[in-house]
Design a protein around this ligand. Structure first.
Ligand code: PGA
Length: 249
């Protein structure tokens, strides 16, 4: 049985004090036990989140990470630094990182390697832009992102990765991929994993959907057979909305 996972990507929102408030609101919510819940605050708030969530079932993710072990990389954060503040997951290859910080498939692959070497679970994001959907090249784009980003991994390591399909045109736009569009890509990627590794590995991997998921649409998206949860941006900044999404399974 693969895990159902809902992760909140808080992006560049919330000061320390605001993070504290959101965390305590979240702890007051009743969350479905069978769903792995993860929150991803900004770097300066990770340590607080790990401390506050220590005795809860909620895990903490970082939103990015540098691929090198240490050194002269001003402004960057290493895997060891994330380990030290008990971060279990890291979002890698988010479309905002690809678009605004020029992250390439090759760079993302090296970040995935660094995370796994440090026992941090990558939440590997991929997804096409609107133009790719319009000209029907979206599957080729996704196949390239996935192949170059993670399909170099050993069977043992690929099984540790959480996948997240996030069509760029659906992120923060209020436009959601239909459950059928999500299912099509999730099953496409699962087949890609199966043909590179084994059916057993492909069936054990959680593939999340992200892009304008809200309490109103989560249930029908999560009901699709190859959708194992969500990566939530905007709606994860509100504890009751985030809880309603988690409880949509
Ligand atoms: P959104 O963001 O839910 O606000 O569309 C999703 C994401 O970027 O992970």
């Amino acid at each position: 049985m693969r895990k159902n996972i809902v992760a909140g990507n808080w992006k560049m929102n919330n000061t320390l004090e605001e993070t504290q408030l959101l965390l305590s609101e979240l702890l007051n919510e009743t969350l479905a036990k069978e769903v792995t819940t993860i929150v991803a605050p900004a770097y300066p708030n990770l340590s607080l989140a790990s401390t506050v969530l220590k005795n809860s079932d909620i895990l903490v993710a970082a939103q990015n990470m540098h691929q090198e072990v240490k050194g002269a990389y001003t402004g960057e954060v290493s895997a060891a630094m994330l380990n030290a503040v008990e971060v279990s997951h890291v979002i890698l290859g988010h479309s905002e990182r690809r678009a605004y910080f020029n992250e390439t498939n090759a760079l993302i692959a090296s970040k995935v390697d660094a995370a796994l070497q440090n026992n941090i679970t990558p939440i590997f994001c991929f997804g096409e832009e609107l133009a790719n959907r319009k000209d029907a090249s979206y599957k080729d784009v996704i196949e390239k992102q996935v192949s170059e980003g993670v399909l170099h991994l050993s069977a043992n390591n690929i099984a540790k990765v959480v996948f997240a399909y996030e069509p760029v045109w659906a992120i923060g736009t209020g436009e959601t991929a239909s459950p059928e569009q999500a299912q099509e890509i999730h099953s496409f990627v699962r087949n890609l994993i199966a043909s590179t590794y084994t059916n057993e590995i492909a069936n054990s991997i959680s593939i999340l959907y992200g892009g304008s998921v809200k309490p109103a649409n989560a249930k029908e998206i999560f009901a699709k057979p190859d959708v194992d949860g969500g990566l939530i941006g905007g709606a994860s900044l509100n504890a009751s909305q985030f809880a309603a999404i988690i409880n949509s399974f």
